[in-house]
Design a protein around this ligand. Sequence first.
Ligand code: ADP
Length: 495
Amino acid sequence: MLGGVRRLSLLRSQALVAGQWTGADNGATFEVTNPATDQVLGSVPDLGPAETGRAVEAAARYQTTWETTPAKRRSQLLHEYFRVLEAHSEQLAELITAEQGKPLAEARAEVAYGSAYIEWYAGEARRIYGDYVEGAPNKETLLIRQPAGVAALITPWNFPFAMLARKLGAALACGCVAVAKPAEDTPLTALAMAELAQRAGLPDGTLSVITSSRRNAAPVGAALCADPRIAVMSFTGSTAVGKLLYAQCAPTVKKLALELGGNSPFIVFDSADLQKAVAGCMASKFRNAGQTCVSTNRILVQSGIYERFVAALSEAMDRQLTLGNGATDGVNVGPLVNDAQMNKVSGLVSESGASGGGGGARRRPAQPGRPLLRAHAAAGLSRPDMVCFKEEVFGPVSACARCGPQGGLRLRKRPCRSANNTDAGLAAYMFTENISQAWRVSKRLQYGMVGVNEGIVSQPEAAFGGVKQSGLGREGSRHSIEDYTDIKYICFGTQ
Ligand code: ADP
């Protein structure tokens, strides 16, 4: 019975600061609930700026030890951490489903996906290279990479395991110790990861996890930004909070890695393979009930295939999507994470309907918990200025717009203009069987990531990240190393 979290071994009720499980100075806690049932899963400390300062101090004390730990040893410890995470994947998945709501199969996939970053960076720890460049006569020019220092990792609720794992793997591989602040909706997974880090033998100072309620998120964030002992601020979350952190980090000139909101276009060209396009759209749109920053947000369909695509997508939604408690077999769309999200998404659907599309949000009560948002196909929505095309929906709502001669978007004439018409630039998708079109459009899309005939692009080997207001830096691949290291130029005079 998942509502009660069957295996309690990983359920922690304290924060971890440099090896010590601890509470708030004033004893304050906040509750974590299951979004499918509203059942309270546990309580965790509501830490504030004072406790944050002490966590940073403890981390900073340990930084020198970790950065001088040989790369091979750091690599071994990360490999061991990967093994321990894998060995506990079922307990972790159950915890994710319980506090976040996603279907158990997706929670298992998240653990596999997130752990793969720990494994990848266990390897990368040994491949942090420098350069030798021939410079002026009698000057030997060396560029080496060194750990930047303590990293603050602020993570969101949509992938409570993977978002922390991909930051943590890179930070630790580079020789940076981490102070993590998970989202208030989903702190239990991060605490379980901390527990498993201890069991894997990662030294006490390498990972601290400080928990705080929504009320304390801003003061804790401000304390991390203001602290000169924090060298790197790595954040995944909303664009608004990302901009705030960017500004707050200016006085101490930190390195910043920001993974912010997206507004992904999903372009279906006349030349697309219909079945592939529908499958790609289903995967990209409905994973995690649409609560991913790379979720398809705007479906732009060329006129020649529009009717067929919309019919096939609606049919796939009716046939394939089963809503309910993510812990129940067969459910593949769980509840939205909290009431605020539920109200936001419902509002976006209603507003979009009101501005020309038809249809409104439909709620279905998940007995006995919070309402689920019915997966919603809004095929009649065709105005490019409708609100659900402008804002990140973050819910199981698919709106399609016709592009081309009879549609408003004239996609054929200006293939990327509609797709690029946003401040966000995270992921874009395109379905076409025309190879030159695929290449031409890929180059013109103003996005950090492009899926060509593919709706799921994220993997540890890839550089995940956005352009424009979707963020700074990249996660995964060797490029994340740049976010956690500084280049030092050493010039040897040889005269
Ligand atoms: P969402 O609106 O989807 O919850 P947020 O950007 O608000 O996304 O949350 C992402 C993470 O940022 C969470 O860990 C949250 O606690 C944290 N957070 C929210 N507000 C602030 C803030 N002012 N400073 C630092 N972190 C914050």
